[in-house]
Design a protein around this ligand. Sequence first.
Ligand SMILES: NC(=O)N[C@@H](CC(=O)O)C(=O)O
Ligand SMILES: [Zn+2]
Ligand SMILES: [Zn+2]
Length: 352
Amino acid sequence: MSTIDPIEIPQSITITRPDDWHLHLRDGAALASVLPHSARQFARAIVMPNLKPPVTTTAAAGAYRDRILAALPEGVTFEPLMTLYLTNNTDPDEIRRAADTGFIHAVKLYPAGATTNSDAGVTDLRNCYKVLETMQEVGMPLLVHGEVTDNDIDLFDREAVFIERVMRPLRRDMPVLKVVFEHITTKEAAQYVAEAEGPIGATITAHHLLYNRNEIFRGGIRPHYYCLPVLKREEHRLALVTAATSGDERFFLGTDSAPHAVHTKYAACGCAGCYTALHAMELYTEAFAQAGALDKLEAFASLNGPAFYGLPVNEGTITLERKDWTVPESVPFGEHQLVPLNAGETIHWKMA
Ligand SMILES: NC(=O)N[C@@H](CC(=O)O)C(=O)O
Ligand SMILES: [Zn+2]
Ligand SMILES: [Zn+2]
C-alpha cells in the first residue's frame, strides 16, 4: 500500500489511546466475537443503535450497555458510549431521561431505508423538531447518516444531495444543535463540515481514506468493499485525506466497522458494511503514513473526538510499529464467520 520513500517514515509511532466515534457492535454471540477487537485498540466507542429491534429507549440502551460490559474479556477495560435510535415517534422526555443517565452520549438519525436496519428510521425530519429542540437544549448531539433515499437520486450523489436538502435546513433551524456528519465520503461533505458555522463534526472511516470505488470492482465484484455510503471517486478520497490530516478539530476517527456474517455478504442481495475493527488503527496509520501526516494522527484519533463530545482525553498510549503481517481470511462471528476488510492481504503497521 505504501507509496512514500521508506526512510521518511518512522519505524514506530506512539499516540494517546484513541477512541472509535462510530462503531457497530451487534449483539449476543456476535457481540462477544467482535468486541475484543475494538477494545484492544480503543478505550471508548460510540455504539450504534441499529439493532433489531433498534435501541430507541433509555432502558434499552442501558440493557444493551450491560450486555456489552458483560461480553468484555476478563481484565479488559472499554467504555461503551451509548446512543439512541431516533424515530418519528421519539418522545422529548426520552431525550431528557437519556441525558440524565450520563451513559447515553448521542441520538442517531437514520433516514428510513438509507442503510442496514434503518426501516424504523425517520421518514421526515420535520416529525422530530420537538425532539431536536430538546436535544439542542440539553446539549445532546445528533449523529447523522447523511444520505437521501430517493430512488431518482443516484447512489453516488446521495450524500451531496443530503447536504442541500436536509443538513443545511436542519442546521439553519437548529443552530445550536451539535451535529456529527457520520462517515463522510465526499469532497462536498468535507468542505461543508470545514466551512459550516456552529457546532459540527464529522467522522471518517479508514476504508474511505484508503480506497476509491474501483476497489469494489477490482478483478470482479468484491462484496467486502461494499458499504454505505458507498466508496466514491478518487477525488473524494483525496479530499477526505486532506480533511483528516488537516489538524482541523472537526474531523475525527469513526471506523463504522460493520460486521456481517460471510453468507450475508456473499448473497444475491448482500449486506452493506466493511469489517475493520480487527485492524482499524493499523489501517488509519497506513492512510496517514501514505499522506506523510503521521504527526496528525493523534489529533484525529485521540484528541478531536473527546473535545467535540466534552469528554476527557484517555490516559495511556498505544504504539504502532512498521511491521508486515497478514490479515486473516476470516474470524469467528458468533456461530458464523466474518471476512475482515483486506482478508489475506499484507498490512504494513502492527499494534505493539
Ligand atoms: N456502513 C454500513 O455499510 N453498514 C452499517 C450501517 C451504517 O453505518 O450505515 C451496518 O450497520 O451494517
Ligand atoms: Zn450509516
Ligand atoms: Zn455505521
